[in-house]
Design a protein around this ligand. Structure first.
Ligand code: AMP
Length: 264
């Protein structure tokens, strides 16, 4: 993308939140934003790191218990961990992309009153795509950088991350029962305060799917090994899902429109 240098300069220091249901691609979109220079802060990764580094603490045991069941870890555990990350110098200087937080109204209130957000990217994905990618697509994530892959968008070498060479694993909470629970919690507890967020920050909807009519460059679909994924949209039309490369281009073009649009 010719404007990449301009985009990197324009986005420096920005505070961006990616918002959407489990499996919608928050992690991968965050990696795309990280490639522009923002610091990636993910509550899921931060919690898993906490548990891995200090497995015997009371806090870790409590957190693991919730995570195994696909339930939300309590605010008193999550909020301090995330606020500590966001207050680091690197986040203040470079800006950040926040992923997986807030998930409750209380978390959102702390975030907006103490840190603020410049832009919310709401990733809109039909539910059937979510389960499809995680379960049928056999989602696996990199233990080091958290990039996600599936059979529909596989790594070049099996079990090895394309981006950093880290090991790819299946998440233990990526089973159908836990995912259904996570989706239910998203609908009940997280999505409802999107409206509230809309009054506090600029919210842009980033579609992961493209409609039947929309023309997209076929080279972005090649990685799908010749397969294109169709789903019925809410409006009854057909939609197909973009792969990693297609999504990255869509995201960068949207950001360029927002941050480096020519002055009117
Ligand atoms: P994720 O990697 O974002 O899917 O998060 C994995 C699990 O970590 C979730 O199913 C929750 O149990 C927990 N978790 C992550 N972020 C939060 C949050 N903001 N509030 C509460 N629990 C969270």
């Amino acid at each position: 993308m010719e404007n990449l240098v301009k985009l990197k300069a324009a986005i420096k220091g920005k505070k961006i939140l990616v918002f959407g249901p489990p499996g919608c691609g928050k992690g991968n979109r965050s990696r795309d934003l990280e490639a522009l220079g923002l610091v990636h802060v993910s509550s899921g990764i931060a919690l898993r790191a906490k548990v891995r580094d200090d497995p015997d603490s009371e806090l870790s045991k409590k957190a693991v218990d919730f995570m195994k069941r696909g339930e939300l870890v309590t605010d008193d555990i999550v909020v301090p961990i995330i606020m500590e990350h966001l207050n680091r110098d690197e986040c203040r200087k470079n800006g950040f992309v926040l992923d997986g937080f807030p998930r409750t109204k209380a978390q959102a209130d702390v975030l907006f009153s103490q840190v603020g957000i410049d832009l919310v990217l709401y990733l809109d994905v039909p539910h059937k795509f979510l389960l499809y990618g995680i379960v049928e697509g056999n989602r696996r994530v990199c233990v080091d950088c958290a990039t996600g892959y599936s059979d529909f968008d596989p790594p070049r070498k099996e079990s090895v991350c394309d981006k950093c060479g880290g090991k790819l694993i299946r998440r233990t909470d990526d089973n159908i029962k836990t995912i259904e629970n996570r989706l239910k919690l998203y609908e009940e507890q997280t999505k409802p305060f999107l409206q509230d967020i809309q009054t506090k920050a600029n919210v842009e909807i980033l579609l992961i799917t493209v409609s039947d009519e929309e023309v997209i460059d076929d080279k972005y679909l090649k990685k799908l090994r010749g397969r294109v994924y169709w789903a019925q949209t809410d409006q009854g039309g057909k939609a197909r899902m973009l792969n990693l490369e297609g999504m990255r281009m869509r995201l960068y073009n949207l950001l360029a429109e927002i941050f480096i649009a020519p002055a009117k």
